[in-house]
Design a protein around this ligand. Sequence first.
Ligand code: GLU
Length: 388
Amino acid sequence: MQTRRPVSPASPLAKARRIVVKVGSSLLVDGTTGRLNRAWLETLAADLVRMRRRGQQIILVSSGAIALGRRQLGLPGGALRLEASQAAAAVGQIRLAHAYKEVFEAQGVTVAQVLLTLEDSERRRRYLNARATLNGLLGLGAVPVINENDTVATTEIRYGDNDRLAARVAQMASADCVVLLSDVEGLYTADPNVDANAQFVDRVVRVTAAIEAMAGTARSDFGTGGMATKVAAARIAVSAGAHLCVAAGAHKHPLRRIERGARCTWFVPQGNPRTARKQWIAGSLRPNGAILIDEGALRALRAGKSLLPAGVTGVRGRFDRGDTVSVITPQGREFARGIAAYADGDVTRIMGRKTRELDELLGYRGRDEMIHRDDLVVVADEVATENE
Ligand code: GLU
């Protein structure tokens, strides 16, 4: 019999003010019948209602649209072609939203459907707009239920997994806790199915390259994200000052279970969170391009300086002024991300040149910096950086 533990006041979940809960497809949709697990959803709703009564604000990020829609349309199992998954999402999303409405309204809570595209988090103006919408809904007492707008998402332009979407939403809403509920119990030092010495990891204080390596590429059967996308989500959440928990969610009352101390992996937020703007830059899921730099520029960036055209050796991809780009070291590693002050064509024109030469090369008065220090965030973790 399971021991009954009271809610631990130390649980970040009990203490949080605003919480994002991500629900994976494998929990919501029965793997054999393809039907919604309504009984389970009711217990999740009961947990969330109880948390709201304690004064906590809740945002749900829910998968399951494609899984529900494919059954309705009689589509085959396995990977779907883009058109088929877009169609399945359109059919499944309406069912998903209906289920949330019924289950939550029965407990006196209003839900609000919000469908996001990658651009809504990656473009600064749209990000700020989506943030205002979420704050508005929470202020009115509704529970936003978010999913990717899979019907219009294409292979190139999509989140693809709701783990990173949930982390981006947490950052957007300044949430202080994220819970990723799925069929994965948490992080192990190695794949427990393969390695008998694999140890469970309860707490991660820093998302290093070693932690990312532990996540490997393990995948669950049903959802899109494996442990790797969960660790990527954790990196975004902790740098935004939020705790993130990866937990198995198939049990009834999955959140109450976590509060009572069930096994899960907690990622702990970083000590001094970056400014909101820098968090947004660092959390970018898809930089538009890349700027390659030399050793001198790398030293300058390590010392907290801006990136000047003189230290740039090349560009990759197409980007405009104001787009987010990766900054790549001579060793080919992503060291930082920032907002480019020049489009890729102009970068090519002025790279390697001195500041005083710029006006003549460009034909207009441009910025001295390629990326200003206020628009630049180091993303390489220290361990990896030392070994470079
Ligand atoms: N957005 C997808 C859906 O609703 C799920 C993505 C994921 O599995 O993380 O079906």
